[in-house]
Design a protein around this ligand. Structure first.
Ligand code: ZN
Length: 122
């Protein structure tokens, strides 16, 4: 009869830091429960981060929207926008518009000219 030699490995569970011994090379967690807890915690952290990003983007977007109303564009000083509570560092994408790399916040283009920011409906 052939006996397979199994080497015992000492591992540290990533979720709780508990040290355990296993003969399985691919074993990472103490058991399935530990793996599940850890995966859930990672997912929750990711979700919270995305949520807070979206919240900030939406807040600034609503400030732009409110002042734009039905106009196709509106230009105000950076100080004015910041005074309204807009975070001008936020954007959701970038696009070439009239040969210029332009930042976008959802369906609005943000065009910065010195100390003035133009919000333009795309
Ligand atoms: Zn654990």
């Amino acid at each position: 009869m052939m006996l397979t030699m199994k080497r015992t490995r000492r591992k540290t569970c990533p979720c709780c830091g508990e040290v355990f011994e296993t003969t399985r090379k691919d074993k990472v967690y103490l058991d399935a429960t530990h793996q599940k807890h850890h995966n859930n915690a990672v997912q929750n952290r990711k979700r919270d981060k995305n949520l807070s990003l979206t919240k900030e983007h939406t807040k600034t977007y609503q400030i732009f929207r409110k002042l734009l109303r039905n106009n196709s564009d509106i230009t105000r000083s950076v100080d004015f926008w910041e005074g309204k509570g807009a975070d001008l560092s936020l954007f959701t994408g970038a696009e070439m518009i009239d040969g210029e790399q332009t930042f976008l916040l959802f369906d609005l283009a943000l065009i910065l000219n010195d100390n003035f920011l133009t919000i333009k409906q795309l």
